[in-house]
Design a protein around this ligand. Structure first.
Ligand code: FAD
Length: 505
């Protein structure tokens, strides 16, 4: 007779409501199921699996220090549960709610059906500000903020030993070269959080969009938050404690930076809530009118050039190559690579989204698919942003150090031509030989994209726009804080603004 604690994207024992609940019930068996079918999906990858393995190894030692262990099983979740049930007679399953991709959503439905058939109750608890079965966004921000302010849940003082052998953590995926990938495990998460709150974060607001500066000034907690080696609540409360400590102190950047960081943590829950509320947004345009705007079958040559960082657009290529080697990009660069793919290259967000998901060590379906649609202009409620990769390169990488590091083919090109090598006198011996000619003419491609979008938006169904606003739009005050007000009507200023285009000429 045992209570099964099913670990999912919550690989820690601290601030773990499900573990605390399970420990109150009966002998706890902590379980992680490695599901081979998940690791063959087009949005999962070797770098994510490597990070998971490290985090599982660390969770094993956290549980051992409490007197228990992590029981690893490999296989289909229902098969694993069925076999375990025969050995230990499961009386309850406890886990956290998961906002995953369609595959995990369907798997959870199968597990729920199996548990029901066996008469085994399955309790799923929230571990973030995401609210299950939410009935519209009015009032959501207040609920989220209350959850974040609630005291953290202490780990059990001790757990009973588990008399079950664990399978070794397998090595499932094909090699995925990511030499500068972040390392999994709670010690790494705590060290990143500590370093960010006491040193690196001071220039966060100023440096977050710089490709080189951002890699240091951003928290870099994303893969840890994605797999739950640290909770969003722990992160937000540690930041709040630091904000209190600094209150009234010198105006040296900390105040603004930590405020911005808290907003990003709120965005995390806000974007994940969208997928929780509408799981189909992984596959379908949020605003139905945008379905079919771009061909579903992407131009293979363009997609490959974009993916491999061989478009002949230096800053874009540098970002994609850096991402391949590190598994990370800052927010602005993610938005830019999607904007160029979606507008200039006119590629559908589903194909580019799968490529990026695999390259992100921190792949978090709720943030990822919501952001993909927002940057690709298919939500119908956000201002489409057409970033110019040359201007972004000049603004965000003014010394050219980042571009030169990742695109060494441009070594000979003088600074003044770095982002536009086709304007350099020596271009003839470079382009088409050691570095590609640009796959598009930037101004012309942006003009075409603008025309198509204007034509599209002219005939948009306003009722569908209002549906998207009611279900998904953030409710913010003038300062950009999440508040408890009501959904704007489509005739308001906000809705009018959302029909304009933002150009980055
Ligand atoms: C197209 C696109 C896809 C993205 N896909 C992912 C993804 O799969 N996983 C992921 O974690 N983030 C994703 N982001 C959001 C953001 O770029 C990353 O969270 C951030 O760059 C991670 O670095 P960090 O942890 O140092 O962030 P910080 O700037 O230190 O922020 C702290 C945390 O806040 C959250 N956060 C930050 N920015 C955002 C944002 N714009 N929206 C929602 N949450 C945010 C993340 O959890 C992040 O770890 C995506 C953004 C875009 C434009």
């Amino acid at each position: 007779m045992a209570t099964l604690l099913w670990f999912k994207r919550d690989l820690r024992v601290d601030d773990h409501p499900a573990l605390a609940r399970a420990a109150e019930l009966s002998a706890v068996v902590p379980l992680y199921i490695v599901e081979p079918a998940y690791w063959t999906l087009p949005d999962t990858s070797g770098r994510q699996f490597a990070f998971l393995r490290e985090s599982l190894t660390d969770l094993q030692s956290q549980l051992r220090s409490l007197g228990s262990d992590l029981i690893i099983r490999v296989g289909d979740a229902v098969d694993v549960l069925e076999t375990l049930h025969k050995t230990i007679h499961i009386t309850q399953i406890v886990s956290h709610e998961e906002t995953g991709n369609t595959w995990t959503f369907e798997r959870d439905k199968q597990v729920a059906a199996w548990a029901r058939a066996q008469g085994i109750p399955w309790t799923e608890l929230p571990q973030s500000g995401v609210v299950r079965r939410l009935d519209g966004r009015d009032g959501w921000a207040g609920r989220r903020n209350r959850f974040l302010r609630h005291p953290q849940v202490a780990p059990p003082a001790a757990l009973p030993p588990v008399d079950l052998p664990s399978a070794p953590i397998p090595d499932l995926t094909a090699p995925d070269r990511c030499p500068s990938r972040q390392i999994g495990g709670r010690p790494q998460a705590l060290s990143l959080l500590g370093g960010f709150l006491t040193e690196r974060g001071r220039t966060y607001r100023k440096d977050m969009s710089s490709p080189l500066g951002g890699a240091v000034a951003c928290s870099r907690l994303s893969p840890h938050l994605a797999l739950g080696t640290i909770s969003g609540r722990e992160t937000s409360q540690a930041c709040a404690a630091r904000q209190r400590e600094l209150r009234g102190g010198a105006r040296d950047g900390w105040t603004g930076s930590l405020k911005s960081f808290q907003s990003r943590l709120a965005w995390r829950d806000h974007f994940m809530q969208k997928l929780e509320d509408e799981p189909q947004l992984e596959h379908r345009c949020l605003h139905r009118a945008y379905e079919g705007m771009r061909p579903l079958e992407p131009d293979a040559a363009r997609l490959t050039a974009w993916k491999n960082g061989e478009t002949g657009l230096p800053f874009l290529d540098a970002c994609m190559r850096s991402l391949r080697a590190t598994g990370w990009l800052n927010f602005r660069m993610r938005a830019m690579v999607v904007s160029v793919a979606s507008y200039h290259l006119w590629l559908d967000w589903r194909s580019t989204g799968r490529v990026l998901a695999r390259m992100f060590t921190d792949y978090e379906p709720g943030i990822h698919w919501s952001q993909m649609q927002m940057q690709a202009g298919t939500t119908g409620i956000n201002t489409p942003r057409i970033y110019n990769p040359v201007k972004q390169g000049t603004d965000q990488d003014p010394t050219g150090a980042f571009t030169r590091r990742w695109v060494p083919e441009l070594a000979e090109v003088p600074d003044a031509h770095l982002q536009t090598p086709w304007t350099w006198d020596g271009a003839g011996r470079l382009l088409g030989a050691t570095y590609p000619r640009p796959v598009i003419e930037i101004a012309e491609a942006a003009r075409m994209a603008r025309q198509k979008i204007f034509a599209m938006r002219a005939g948009v169904d306003r009722a569908e726009t209002q549906r998207v606003i009611d279900k998904h739009a953030s409710r913010k005050d003038a300062a950009g804080h999440f508040v408890n007000d009501r959904a704007p009507r489509i005739s308001t200023r906000k809705a009018q603004d959302s029909r304009q285009l933002k150009l980055d000429l």
